[in-house]
Design a protein around this ligand. Structure first.
Ligand SMILES: Nc1ncnc2c1ncn2[C@@H]1O[C@H](COP(=O)(O)OP(=O)(O)O)[C@@H](O)[C@H]1O
Ligand SMILES: [Mg+2]
Length: 281
């Protein structure tokens, strides 16, 4: 089943085109990574999908419902992590979740369960303004999963976080993936995309300029079969896998090969090749 269906979506702000003719489908249980530099329109796209912004043209269906009029039942199945955190600074960690839990008629037992999952159980009574950035983000994520959503929108959930919090969030997201929660993630962290995403889309100038499984995209742009070979005497050779296959075989038969690296392009390389721009600016 398709959980998100976007067709020919367009959005402009003051005559500046942000999204143009965007089409995208996401399957239930899939983790899709929307990758693009700052200002590409990732947050705009998320806001359209959750009904916070209207598109100018096109269609966006979430759970088969028009995203401009999502039902209460649809929102109950959605979890959200956006840039603006919307935490109550002067309330404790627990009370921030309790407010949300009461709205959804969730028992306090579940709050403790989720706090444990994001490793904030010892921080439960701490006021939010005393939390580190990583802890705050884990609390936002805790709130997003409290009601056991089936679809998570995560807008740059780990950007500028300490490695510990990032690792914890990644572990949690991998666990949610195993529970078949669908995830729409935006990021410009390629490692994150490789770790979590079943499929990615590269967003640039309003369109997905490339889309698919990371392995397939890398293979598509892996043009030459250059191999870097380290010999047992630690000499490094750069050889072409097609043209110099005999030479490579020779070293292998003589047991002189210590390591072989294929020089596959990274997603950053591919983005640069397609756009002439870097992803992380
Ligand atoms: N409410 C708005 N009004 C005017 N321009 C906006 C608004 N929201 C976003 N933009 C512009 O749209 C572009 C895309 O923004 P955004 O979706 O936040 O990109 P990203 O999340 O990929 O960094 C940016 O140029 C931004 O300045
Ligand atoms: Mg953004």
């Amino acid at each position: 089943m398709k959980i998100i269906q976007i067709s020919h979506l367009k959005k402009s702000f003051q005559n500046k085109i942000i999204l143009k003719d965007m089409c995208l489908e996401i399957e239930e249980g899939e983790c899709f990574g929307c990758i693009g530099p700052s200002g590409a329109g990732k947050t705009t796209l998320v806001k359209i999908m959750i009904g916070q912004l209207d598109a100018d043209h096109g269609k966006c269906l979430v759970f088969n419902e028009d995203s401009r009029h999502l039902s209460f039942q649809a929102y109950e199945k959605i979890g959200l992590v956006l840039d603006e955190q919307g935490l109550y600074e002067r309330l404790s960690v627990f009370d921030n979740l309790k407010l949300f839990a009461d709205l959804h008629r969730i028992e306090s037992k579940r709050i403790h369960e989720v706090l444990k999952r994001v490793d904030l159980n010892e921080e439960a009574d701490k006021k939010v303004f005393r939390l580190s950035k990583g802890m705050r983000q884990r609390l936002v994520l805790a709130r997003a999963i409290l009601h056991k959503p089936r679809l998570l929108f995560l807008d740059e959930p780990t950007s500028a976080l300490d490695p510990g919090s990032m690792h914890l969030i990644h572990e949690l997201l991998l666990e949610l993936k195993r529970e078949k929660v669908s995830i729409f993630l935006t990021t410009h962290n390629m490692q994150e995309a490789m770790l979590l995403c079943d499929r990615i889309g590269l967003l640039y100038e309003g369109c997905m300029i490339e889309e698919g499984r990371i392995e397939d995209i890398v293979e598509k742009y892996h043009e030459n079969l250059d191999l870097q070979i380290e010999l047992t005497n630690h000499d490094i050779l750069n050889l072409n896998g097609q043209k110099e296959a005999d030479k490579i075989c020779h070293y292998l038969k003589e047991e002189k090969v210590l390591k072989i690296h294929s020089n596959e392009p990274t997603l950053e390389d591919i983005f640069k090749k397609l756009t002439g721009k870097r992803l992380d600016v």
